[in-house]
Design a protein around this ligand. Structure first.
Ligand code: PRX
Length: 655
């Protein structure tokens, strides 16, 4: 996409200042305090972050270098300092908050659990010792493939405690995706469960591990299996061990390993515009600082809060705002295992009422889906404990924003629309809720110390209000990704080459309005945003062509009321184009095939068969044309170069 065709269409004029009620208790309660923070950061970027790192983190060995740019764009922050993230999230609270609830858990079937900081500490230490007993050491990779239960967080912290690098793979991903990630990471162990429950169904996680290991994953020596869903599993002697056995007899203390601030904390795989997912590598010190500051600035976290981020730990949001951020600030975090519609569409609000949730953070897709079910669900529950609402993952349409504001927040609660990415580690652009007026659909202004801007093709600031361009970050920030695991070159090419190493390229287009507010306008690459999760079109295409009957495939996005974007696949099969019953059967088969290859979120919503795909003279697939057709729009571009214009009819489903 070129900058010329990034034109803004949406101009929203409503402005909502924070309520006096919210402001009266907020950490940053005035525009003046907020402006001071931003100007301090602007005056001396390095000193600003350096000061915060000193005061907010407990260092085993203090750092003397704040920012090392000598290997740019591989930036290093606080590099000679030593710390441990698990220590900072758990141990340092034991003295004053040992009996405070760290995690409130609710299973889909209604079972609940509370873990205090003391209990969490013991569980983490036991598993850390169990991992060590299995030969897992500092720097080894461990894949975590778990349902949304406290043990997922315990596993992450057990790894962090001993310096093992975890890579959480979302439980909704297939055996095939799991295998790719295990192999790319070169993991030594997998921590999983027999199964998890979602939407009343058991997701057989251990069985998927077995399938992945049957086809590769030679580096895996151990699988630790939590008993959760109670479904039958096969345990391979010498390799597989129940969680309860792995921790049996292990001490409930375990000295944290003090690592350098740049030591990798985790890898998290995310989609790019090519078929192969990227292992985004995050570090220890800078990442921790990013999650702490955003918990304070954006979520205004206070000791009495019950913080609920609905994201699964398989996504970055579940790392920064379930497993790490809330604990690093000594908060109480809620985890829910299941689907938002079990037993009915009131489940989220029921949980908010019963557990007295004060801060609620979810994705626009969930808001839109629940909005569609009607106001009667939230209206049945007492939501008066909630004081702050948040959204993440995709642009929120003003209609859904207003519903969230009025029906859930009762016009009392500010909404923080938070823009960030797997790569950024922590929230980058968002209202600071006691100080910044909000506008429905805008993530408002960059946080202090985040040099976000919108630039043109040459990298010049756009300057003109409401004119679109590339979203970039002009200075390194502590929580940024450090590289792509095993692929420094791809890191440089993807994020830094567009503007010759000067700016970080986010891959989103955006505009700023006359007040400098940011409005996100979508991706600039072939990446879809399905229900707030990134999926490369190439990934789905590769999965489709791996099917024996498929010769060629092209995948595009089309707008979807609930999911944001839906997946539209054009498929050419070997032999004769299927029609009628054969087409229907093959459509079903291909949808299941993609679910098996990648995971259910990647299932195409529409599949259309044609004799061939429209290509330019140079042989490139005419994606813009395919997008127009998927959206049912009028074709305005020149199609005379097509070998066979009749194809258009087939692509439109009219022949
Ligand atoms: O396109 C942006 C969109 O989600 C992308 C990042 O996806 P992922 O790495 O999976 O992380 C999602 C959760 C942090 C971004 O490049 N995105 C994220 N938040 C917003 C958003 N688009 C608009 N508004 C947001 N608040």
């Amino acid at each position: 996409m070129t900058q010329e065709n990034i034109e803004s269409v949406l101009i929203e004029k409503r402005v909502f200042p924070p309520s006096d009620e919210f402001r009266s208790r907020a950490r940053i309660a005035s525009k003046k305090d907020y402006d001071k923070l931003r100007s301090d950061a602007n005056k001396d970027h390095e000193a600003f972050w350096g000061e915060l790192a000193k005061t907010e983190i407990d260092w085993h060995k203090p750092f003397t270098t704040t920012l090392d740019s000598s290997r740019a764009p591989h930036f290093a922050w606080f590099t000679d300092g030593e710390l441990n993230v698990s220590y900072n999230c758990i141990d340092r609270h034991l003295k004053d908050k040992g009996d405070k609830t760290a995690i409130v858990f609710e299973g889909e079937k209604g079972d609940t659990r509370h873990l205090t900081y003391k209990e969490l500490h013991q569980e983490v230490c036991r598993l850390a010792n169990g991992l060590k007993a299995k030969g897992i050491a500092n720097g080894d990779r461990v894949v975590i493939y778990m349902p949304m239960v406290p043990e997922a967080v315990i596993a992450m912290h057990a790894c962090a405690r001993i310096g093992a690098i975890h890579s959480v793979v979302f439980g909704g991903f297939s055996a095939e995706s799991l295998k790719d990630r295990i192999e790319d990471a070169g993991a030594k162990a997998v921590i999983t469960a027999d199964g998890g429950t979602r939407g009343g169904k058991v997701v057989a996680l251990k069985a998927a591990c077995d399938e992945a290991l049957d086809h590769g994953c030679k580096t895996i020596k151990t699988i630790i299996v939590l008993k959760r869903a109670g479904n039958a599993v096969n345990m391979k002697t010498g390799r597989d061990v129940w969680w309860s056995d792995a921790v049996k007899g292990q001490a409930d203390t375990c000295d944290p390993v003090w690592n350098n601030a740049e030591h990798p904390l985790f890898l998290l795989y995310t989609s790019g515009s090519t078929g192969k997912p990227k292992g985004i590598q995050h570090c220890t010190g800078g990442y921790l600082l990013g999650t702490i500051m955003t918990m304070k600035w954006v979520f205004d976290i206070q000791d009495s809060d019950i913080f609920w981020c609905t994201a699964d730990v398989g996504w970055v949001t579940g790392h920064s705002y379930v497993a790490y951020g809330p604990l690093a600030v000594g908060g109480t975090v809620l985890m829910y295992e299941g689907a938002p519609t079990v037993p009915d569409a009131g489940r989220f609000w029921d949980i908010c009422e019963r557990h007295k949730v004060t801060i609620f953070y979810t994705a626009p897709t969930a808001i839109r889906a629940l909005m569609k079910m009607g106001e009667e669900y939230p209206n049945k529950y007492d939501l008066s404990s909630i004081r702050l609402l948040g959204t993440v993952g995709e642009p929120i349409n003003p209609e859904a924003w207003m519903w969230y504001y009025q029906v859930i927040g009762k016009e009392r609660c500010p909404i923080v629309d938070t823009w960030w990415q797997t790569e950024t580690g922590a929230i980058m652009i968002s209202p600071v809720p006691g100080a910044v007026d909000t506008k429905p659909g805008s993530c408002t202004l960059p946080l202090p110390g985040i040099a976000a801007d919108v630039v043109d093709e040459e990298g010049n600031s756009i300057g003109t209000p409401d004119k679109g361009g590339y979203l970039v970050v002009k200075k390194p920030w502590p929580a940024m990704l450090r590289t792509i695991w095993n692929d420094d070159q791809r890191y440089i090419d993807t994020y830094w080459s567009k503007f010759n190493g000067r700016y970080y390229l986010a891959g989103d287009s955006a505009r700023q309005d006359k007040d400098g507010y940011f409005w996100m306008m979508g991706r600039i690459d072939d990446v879809l945003n399905i229900s707030g999760h990134r999926l490369g079109t190439m990934e789905v295409e590769s999965a489709l062509v791996a099917h024996e009957r498929v010769a060629e495939a092209a995948v595009v996005g089309r707008p979807d009321d609930i999911k944001g974007e839906a997946i539209f696949a054009y498929v050419v099969i070997k032999g004769k184009r299927p029609v009628d019953g054969d087409a229907e059967a093959l459509t079903r088969e291909l949808r299941e095939w993609v679910a098996k290859e990648i995971g259910p979120i990647a299932k195409p919503d529409d599949i259309r068969f044609s004799d061939n795909l429209p290509k330019t003279r140079s042989g490139k697939i005419m994606r813009r044309l395919l997008r127009v057709i998927a959206r049912g729009e009028e074709i305005t571009q020149d199609t005379s170069t097509l070998e066979n214009e009749d194809i258009i009819k087939q692509l439109r489903g009219q022949a």
